[in-house]
Design a binder for this molecule. Structure first.
Ligand code: NAD
Length: 337
């Protein structure tokens, strides 16, 4: 059994912990938090050993009636791998800790690409992470773009990508984020940083991205234009995407007109937290004009990177190849709407 430590038990960390628990070859050794709150309490209720991430604040857990298993150093030392799911920039500070105990580590998309040996997307470059010590699971948006581009590159070749990312202002729990009543070009500079991030997965890709932020919390929305290397009928692209387990093609008959109904559907289907691990592509939006492909896709920012973290664990430890790992992950957490 792979013993997995999760350092940072927030939006991403708690979802990764639940997904690890579903895997036949993995166990949650423990989760580390900086302070007691509702997430610390549910970690205990779920039976995850809780470790103190910051020594000076460890007493706070006892004061709140929460039992601590030990300091984060102990967790890191005993683990086969650490999933660092701390806020952007903290992962970089934690790298030294993981190196000290010689424990391989996964970081999240908020960290810089140059922190790690490999930036990772299971469908696109699983093999690059085999045996690596420091791997970054790319951001929710980069994951969403990579999953679409990998099959297109293989099937037709890609000349140029242009994407506009309409980004949620914050996650539902991020009460201090915004905008509340505005539409922001964000970042206002063009191209946005997302394109170069996708290039950490495909280094020979020509991609320009533009970002906006809107008063929404549920999902991101991508408007995508891909110039393929050949003219392709839209129905062929639909067939190609239908073969991809992490691309959900929203059928017209479902009458899902946006991210609100998508999330409602996920809740109705009984998914944990209403999570949608797959890219959600409106099937009718898939259109071609000559060699230009167009589509709209919704990306559930809180959960699409979760299966990628699970696959990255197996890649780093050399425990499975891409196909085996993706199949196991998909089957155990319930991917495939
Ligand atoms: P979050 O704020 O929800 O959770 C982070 C957790 O780490 C919190 O519980 C926080 O208390 C804890 N923490 C802070 N400092 C710590 C430390 N020194 N040691 C241990 N824990 C510490 O953040 P998140 O949204 O889960 O983001 C985590 C990472 O995942 C970031 O790199 C982010 O960019 C990336 N990411 C986030 C999303 C998203 O939409 N939320 C999507 C993809 C990737």
């Amino acid at each position: 059994m792979i013993q997995v430590a999760i350092n940072g038990y927030g939006t991403i960390g708690k979802r990764v912990a639940d997904a690890v628990r579903e895997q036949p070859d993995m166990e949650v050794l423990g989760v580390a938090k900086t302070r007691p709150n509702f997430e610390a309490e549910t970690a205990i209720e779920k039976g995850f050993p809780l470790y103190a991430a910051v020594e000076e604040r460890a007493d706070q857990f006892g004061d709140a009636g929460l039992e601590i298993a030990g300091p984060v150093e102990e967790l890191v030392e005993d683990a086969d791998i650490v999933v660092d799911a701390t806020p952007s920039g903290i992962g970089a500070q934690n790298k030294e800790l993981y190196e000290e105990y010689d424990t391989p580590a996964l970081y999240q998309g908020g960290e810089d690409a140059d922190l790690v040996d490999v930036s990772f997307n299971a469908r696109s470059n699983f093999e690059d992470a085999v045996g690596a010590d420091h791997v970054r699971v790319v951001s929710c948006n980069t994951t969403g773009l990579s999953r679409v581009l990998a099959p297109l590159r293989e099937a037709y070749g890609v000349e140029k990508v242009r994407a506009t990312l309409v980004r949620r202002g914050g996650d539902p729990g991020q009460t201090s984020r915004g905008p509340i009543n505005d539409i922001l070009p964000n970042p206002v500079t063009i191209p946005s940083h997302h394109g170069p991030d996708v290039e950490t997965i495909f280094d020979d890709l020509d991609i320009d991205t533009l970002g906006m932020k809107v008063p929404a919390t549920l999902m991101h929305m991508h408007s995508l234009n891909v110039t393929l290397s050949e003219e392709v009928d839209a129905s062929e692209v639909r067939d190609l995407f239908a073969e991809e387990s992490r691309l959900f093609l929203i059928p017209e008959r479902m009458d899902i007109d946006g991210s609100g109904k998508l999330k409602e559907y996920a809740h109705d289907s009984g998914r944990p937290r209403g999570d949608i691990w797959e890219n959600c592509i409106w099937e009718e939006s898939i259109s071609t004009v000559g060699a230009d492909l167009y589509l709209f896709q919704g990306i559930h920012q809180e959960s699409d990177v979760v299966p990628e973290n699970i696959d990255a664990i197996r890649a780093v430890l050399g425990e499975a190849d891409a196909e085996e790992s993706i199949e196991t992950t998909d089957g155990t957490i319930g991917i495939g709407l």
